[in-house]
Design a protein around this ligand. Sequence first.
Ligand SMILES: *Cc1c(COP(=O)(O)O)cnc(C)c1O
Length: 449
Amino acid sequence: MTASYSVPQQRKLVTALPGPRSVELQKRRERTVARGAGTLANIYMDHGAGAILVDVDGNQIIDLGCGIGVTTVGHAHPDVAAAASAQAAKLTHTLFTVTPYENYVKVAEKLAEITPGDFEKRSILVNTGAEAVENAVKIARKFTGRRAIVALDHAFHGRTNLTMAMTYRPWPERAGMGPFPGEIYSVPTSYPYHDGLSGLEAAEKTIDYITTHIGATEIAAFFVEPIQGDGGIVIPAPGYFARLREFCTENGIVFVADEIQAGIARTGVWYSIEHHDVVPDLVTTAKGIAGGFPLAAVTGRADIMDSVQPGGVGGTFGGNPVSTAAALAVFNLIERDNLLAEAQRVEKTLQARIGGWAEKYSVVGDVRGKGAMFGVELVHPGTKKPYPEALTAVIKHATSNGVIVLDAGSWDSVLRIMPSVVISDELIDDAATVIEEALAALVAAYPTA
Ligand SMILES: *Cc1c(COP(=O)(O)O)cnc(C)c1O
């Protein structure tokens, strides 16, 4: 990439972090913003470009999180900003289901082209990932006339009441906030680092659980994240999804790939299920689709999508003209700047730079990932026992040294790395050095190490 950025692509600290202005804002925030909207690092951001965020004190910070995988094309990309502001000056809302507009149709056309499968497809556009998942549930139930919904262990599908029920872990996402809807089932998945099973073995375990606990012909939809994001960058063993796909076809179950986190170029392909060579019936898209503007979609087989009566899906802001303009700019950038190849470059650089950490640092159990989506699983040395305190320490060290990293994993023990795909190799190297300081300190301080 030879793009020039409005902010130098360098980490540069001019105050301690968080800086004085951030500390001041934090005090104001505590008086008015609810505690439940907890934050990972109380560093208040002002602007950004590429892979760098600049905080309110003027510190340049490397962003390895992208607001959970959203700003895949880089922060405040000028093309996305231009498309959104031109649209904002022209038309901001009609509600597509009252009087339509072209941007919505164009996004649906593009989604039909980039999602896996060469059958006829239809899309609906909504605002958030959780809303997309909810709609996929509605559509699959309508199409099949069945009720049960299956999700995998360690899944994350959102924070609305229905999607909370499909989300695996109770804390902090669900605790105390039920009751939840019925007919939602979590089933065993494939987690190669922990179960040591082949894809086929893990799939047989999943299928056996379904057969003995739910009954295959009761199930409307089977939701999978081809690469689990919040669950800890869990990539099922080869063959796992192919066998599940077969099982769904045999039993009339709608197979849904939740690509909200791993889709749209993040893993070096448009949709991460492509790594598994599997074609889902429905795909949900959100996070990275519009460069930070709220937009999400359900895309899939025309017969399934069109089983819903007109008016059966929708919503006031879904497929907003400004968000869809931003999405069209993102699609264009991914093609023009060859961002699938950039994500593959990031994978190569990360693999070379951090891929050996399990051998080098006894607190690292496993390093895994695809494209610009990596996880570093932290364990007590010599075991596979989760080491959440180590993750807390790594995040604290990284954020106070100007590197934003994310947490993940059902045991809060996976360091999640999801930079923009335009991040330079130099920034990856610099950020990795900061993380390594924390890992080395943890190893040195470990009681029996
Ligand atoms: C983030 C996420 C969601 C929920 O999306 P929201 O926009 O936060 O509602 C659903 N599924 C996956 C896989 C996600 O990563």
